[in-house]
Write a protein that binds this ligand. Structure first.
Ligand code: GDP
Length: 365
């Protein structure tokens, strides 16, 4: 499964947020024993459509789809110099698919800041610079190898070399790979390099509980927004402390709590959805009397690949996918009526699945 790694300088609220995630995950009845790794927190992906489908189909069970966050400990200045903890930090980041960076945007005299004052952009730059330096090192190792290949007139290496040279220039100017623009062919080469700053980044501004209801006075936030915009990254605002409190509440209590704060969604739910989008993930549904269930797939996957998410046999023996769009199903009121209205399609092996497809896979065993 794709996972987002949570990073942050000490004392920014990273553990508080990760606690909220694991507490919320522990409440999620469907994944009680899903993780034994203490650094992984599994949460359910909130999706209104699943509730609606449950009303419609009245199954015995409803199962949301899940999303994984990985807690990445130990960012220190100098990590890219590759000593001890620093090395481990970079190795852990290499394994995740997206980075969620918690940034301190709250004041609290009782919580010391590692550099003495709250300055979110400076904090962000400490982390991002370590990643840029680590990438520069990888690039500098790879370039001479490519140059050797070019001498042997290797075409592919020439293309890679051109891309890598641009990446190097960008990094030297302090720009992460995700902020650079590439053509479609170049993007394939970029993926091949597995660079840390090529991973999508989401900034999580941790504000105080009081600011949560009125963000206008929080100057840290505008600084973070401005920084993120320059590299085309998104920012979401949460209060880690509030999230930790909400995480243990039942749904109706949680709703009341949020209503009191004038919010329609918890920060954690916002974070889950933003991470899901960031990774290019989408959801399809299976809906039967036994169970209505949401499944995560990566945008661009074909019907057989999506079937394989449920079971490899579904992919191997794939015949077709009987598919109806969520909106069409809800508009029709039942699967039968959707069929009568001609809204249920028979899709074959080449079909690219869409977010919100409700499917029955047909397969040979
Ligand atoms: P980490 O080092 O980034 O993991 O930080 P922690 O999550 O341990 O938080 C450090 C301290 O900041 C703890 O005392 C938290 O209670 C406090 N803290 C975290 N989030 C907030 C917040 O939103 N507001 C305030 N006032 N304190 C917070």
């Amino acid at each position: 499964a794709l996972t987002a790694g949570i990073v942050g300088l000490p004392n920014v609220g990273k553990s508080t947020l990760f606690n909220a995630i694991t507490k919320a995950g522990a409440l999620a009845a469907n994944y009680p024993f899903a993780t034994i790794d203490p650094n992984v927190g599994i949460v359910e992906v909130p999706d209104e459509r699943l509730n609606k489908l449950t009303e419609l189909v009245k199954p015995k069970k409803t199962i949301p789809t899940a999303f994984e966050f990985t807690d990445i400990a130990g960012i220190v200045k100098g990590a890219s110099k590759g000593e001890g903890l620093g090395n481990k930090f970079l190795a852990n980041i290499r394994e995740v698919d997206a980075i969620t960076q918690v940034v301190r945007a709250f004041e609290d005299e009782n919580v010391t800041h590692v550099s003495g004052k709250v300055d979110p952009v400076e904090d962000i730059e400490v982390i991002n610079m370590e990643l840029i330096l680590a990438d520069l090192e990888s690039v500098e190792k790879r370039l001479p190898r490519l140059e050797k290949m070019i001498k042997q007139k290797d075409k592919e290496s020439m293309a890679e070399h051109a891309v890598l040279t641009r990446i190097k220039e960008g990094l030297e100017e302090g720009r992460p790979v995700r902020a650079l623009e590439f053509s479609k062919e170049e993007q394939a080469a970029v993926r091949h390099f597995h660079l840390l700053t090529a991973k999508p980044m989401l900034y999580v501004a941790n504000v105080s509980e009081d600011d949560l209801t009125d963000l206008s006075g929080n100057e840290y936030l505008s600084a973070i927004n401005e920084y993120a915009e320059k590299e085309g990254s998104e920012v979401i605002v949460i209060s880690a402390k509030v999230e930790e409190e909400i995480a243990v509440l039942e749904d109706d209590e949680k709703e009341m709590f949020l209503e009191d704060l004038g919010l329609d969604e918890s920060g954690l739910d916002k974070l889950i959805r933003a991470s899901y989008d960031l990774l290019g993930l989408a959801t399809y549904f299976t809906a039967g009397e036994q169970e209505v269930r949401a499944w995560t797939f990566k945008k661009g996957m074909t019907a057989p690949e999506c079937a394989g998410i449920i079971h490899t046999d579904f992919q191997k023996g794939f015949i077709r996918a009987e598919t109806v769009a969520y909106d069409d199903l809800v508009a029709a009121g039942s699967e039968l009526k959707a069929k009568e209205a001609g809204k249920v399609r028979l899709e074959g092996k080449e079909y690219i699945m869409k977010d919100g497809d409700v499917v029955h896979f047909r397969f040979n065993v």
